[in-house]
Design a protein around this ligand. Structure first.
Ligand code: URA
Length: 234
């Protein structure tokens, strides 16, 4: 693989930044400055350092984002900012897309990747991947409401699958779903005559929202998180 392609695929820099770093002798392969950006390297074994930063090549990139309000879960939108706009420009060019959707005003854990197969598996209805959301409601809710939500409610002709609801306050709780219909939680709360005023995803399959990330911040998944994500029962 070409050296510049390998470095650019990690999202660390653009091809033009890499070209000028190579010219300036700031890209090392095996400890030696290279003079051409198009030299061939084996990405799995080459020890590449870009401007002092070791480049770890991975076929795919996985990013955890703490989604803020007002951003749409898409790669492009005619009017509104997308979650991709929260990444540095170099990372906007490696084919990342959001794994699943959160509503514009929903906050929290969003996985971004360019690994289509893994994303497809995590989102497939038959995978039953668990997603946990913290919520606040407009009105207090009862234990009967919890029982109804857990058993399944009618959201416009569809009866939701069994789920779990944990109370954390008079109007607050956590709900764990293993399916993902459009506006599902908002519609479920409406089915019990209530209204969502706050919704934040705190867990997606084996991933837990990293509280060190402020709203709008992101980080690469760790090796152990990637391993968990690839487990077939995640
Ligand atoms: N349910 C909703 O209503 N909205 C979301 O963003 C996610 C789940």
């Amino acid at each position: 693989m070409r050296l510049d392609k390998m470095i650019a695929s990690t999202g660390i820099a653009s091809r033009s930044q890499i070209a000028s770093a190579v010219k300036g002798g700031r890209v090392l392969v095996g400890g030696v400055a290279v003079r051409r950006a198009d030299v061939q390297v084996d990405p799995d074994v080459a020890e590449v350092v870009y401007c002092g930063t070791p480049v770890v090549y991975r076929k795919f990139t996985y990013i955890m984002l703490n989604k803020p309000e007002g951003y749409v879960s898409a790669t492009e939108d005619g009017k509104l900012p997308t979650v991709i706009d929260l990444l540095p420009p170099e990372l906007g060019k490696i084919g990342l897309f959001p794994c699943g959707r959160l509503d514009k005003n929903t906050l929290g854990l969003m996985l971004l990747t360019n690994d289509g197969d893994t994303s497809h598996r995590l989102l497939a209805p038959k995978s039953h991947v668990a997603k946990t959301y913290a919520f606040s409601l407009k009105f207090p809710f009862s234990d009967a409401d919890i029982a109804a939500l857990e058993a399944g409610v009618d959201i416009g002709g569809y009866i939701t699958a069994p789920c779990t609801v944990e109370r954390t306050g008079e109007r607050e709780g956590k709900i764990t779903l293993t399916e993902g219909k459009y506006h599902q939680i908002k519609l479920m709360m409406e089915a019990v005559h209530n209204q969502v005023t706050y919704l934040e995803r705190v867990r997606f399959g084996p991933l837990t929202l990293d509280r060190a990330l402020s709203r709008g911040e992101w980080r690469y998944l760790s090796d152990s998180e990637i391993t968990l994500l690839h487990k077939k029962d995640s």
